[in-house]
Write a protein that binds this ligand. Structure first.
Ligand SMILES: [Zn+2]
Length: 426
């Protein structure tokens, strides 16, 4: 499949892009450039005139099907919210419900320019199906959480034993190990996860240092802070992707950086759940730690629009350091484009020749984004997800001119609403 995008604005000037075999084969200046004799006729031509081409966004920590709980139990303390709302409702979810919820979340991501998400949730086969049906990329964790029932834990371990020897996989839906956290998975299981990750070269996706209580409990039970606990158990390495990290101290940032690990900050969810603290981004960068950006679940956000997250992380870090030069627009955008693209094996995350064809066309012509002195500034500080007109993943057009091509939107929304009503009925 070859796609020609005519006249999209790239770095301020009109360019045309030739996509083929899932890659950006060539980029030429102008709206009707000469591609040479060998180019042939494209299978599809997209009018990009007036739209800005940017890399698509990557969401490095989420629980996509939790869109089903959007707005269900707002303004509650974290543990009360989990115990009285989220966990009882999640207990009622079937695999098919998770499929319906995931499709709604993915639809929202496509509409707001996100082509990849790093996921942790139940019913992985249903998630794989949703990813494949909707055409995005994802890394889907196999869950491990000890809720006090040995049989359930053993069933999760069986799933891991069955899937992990196949490695990460090669398609759009990849596999990772997803132990929930240091407070819900015991040392023995965590150590086992670390061994499997090294042996089969798969990533580990875990929540880490999200609350002060988690750190206190870890020190009490294991005699050290959470990142050190993971290091002792053999989990700290290039394959470790730790979500949150607000309470990491300097020594933990250093040990994670030294191991080549990644931390994913989720500013909106942390603010909304009032977990306190702000991720120490400047210190993390000084330590040389890789940092990506995520939305967390929509139940604590309450959407999956990464544009909000990019703006928020930049503002929050400026506020934290009382320094407006901290985390400038292009660096903030990189936390959702170039950094995760490299981490998850999707090229450099730039719109450039030879790169994977994962990109968006954004309309910055509206009153909220004009005038455009600098396209990156307009994108980061003024735009939002609804400015995205076209989303392309792996060379496949998922949405063009605001029309989603991979599903019947009304059907996806209606089914998810029906599931949400049923599982939240008390
Ligand atoms: Zn999370």
């Amino acid at each position: 499949m070859s796609i020609l995008i005519e006249g999209a604005i790239l770095k301020g000037e009109p360019h045309s892009l030739w996509l083929e075999g899932g890659r950006i084969r060539a980029i030429r200046a102008g709206t009707d450039p000469d591609w040479g004799e060998s180019a042939g006729t494209p299978d599809r031509v997209l009018d990009g005139r007036g739209l800005h081409a940017f890399p698509s966004l990557r969401n490095s920590h989420t629980h996509v099907a939790m869109v089903l709980f959007r707005g269900y139990g707002d303004d509650m303390p974290l543990m009360k919210w989990l115990e009285t709302r989220i966990w009882p409702a999640e207990g009622r979810l079937t695999a098919e419900d998770v499929y319906d919820g995931a499709r709604l979340g993915i639809l929202e991501m496509i509409r707001s320019g996100t082509s990849f998400f790093n996921e942790m949730y139940w019913h992985r086969p249903a998630l794989v199906r949703a990813v494949e049906d909707m055409g995005v990329r994802a890394m889907l964790g196999v869950n491990l959480i000890d809720l006090g029932d040995p049989a359930t834990l053993e069933a999760q371990k069986d799933e891991i034993r069955e899937l992990v020897p196949g490695g990460e996989g090669t398609g759009r839906a990849r596999l990772a190990l997803a132990p929930h956290s240091v407070y819900t998975v015991g040392p023995k299981e965590l150590e086992w996860v670390g061994e499997l990750a090294r042996e089969h070269d798969v990533r580990i996706h875990i929540h880490l240092s999200e609350t002060a209580g988690e750190v206190e409990r870890c020190v009490e039970e294991h005699g050290c802070r959470p990142a050190e606990h993971l290091r002792r158990l053999g989990l700290v390495g290039p394959h470790l992707i730790a979500a949150h990290g607000q309470y990491l101290d300097e020594a933990e940032l250093a040990l994670l950086a030294e191991g080549g690990a990644t931390v994913v900050t989720n500013p909106l969810a942390n603010l909304k759940l009032a977990t306190g603290g702000i991720f120490p981004y400047a210190a993390a960068r000084r330590a040389g730690l890789r940092v990506c950006l995520g939305t967390d679940g929509a139940s604590s956000n309450n959407n999956l629009d990464l544009f909000e997250e990019i703006k928020m992380v930049a503002l929050l870090q400026k506020h934290r350091e009382a320094d407006a030069t901290v985390l400038p627009a292009d660096e903030a955008l990189g936390l959702a484009t170039t950094v995760p693209a490299r981490l998850f094996g999707q090229g450099s995350g730039e719109v450039a020749e030879g790169e994977p064809a994962d990109l968006v066309l954004v309309d910055l012509s509206g009153p909220a984004t004009q005038p455009v002195h600098d396209p990156v500034s307009a994108l980061v500080y003024a735009a939002n997800g609804s400015c995205v007109r076209t989303t392309i993943c792996d060379g496949q057009v998922l949405m063009h001119e605001g029309v989603v091509e991979v599903c019947d939107e009304d059907e996806v929304v209606a089914r998810a609403v029906e599931v949400a009503r049923r599982v939240t009925a008390e």
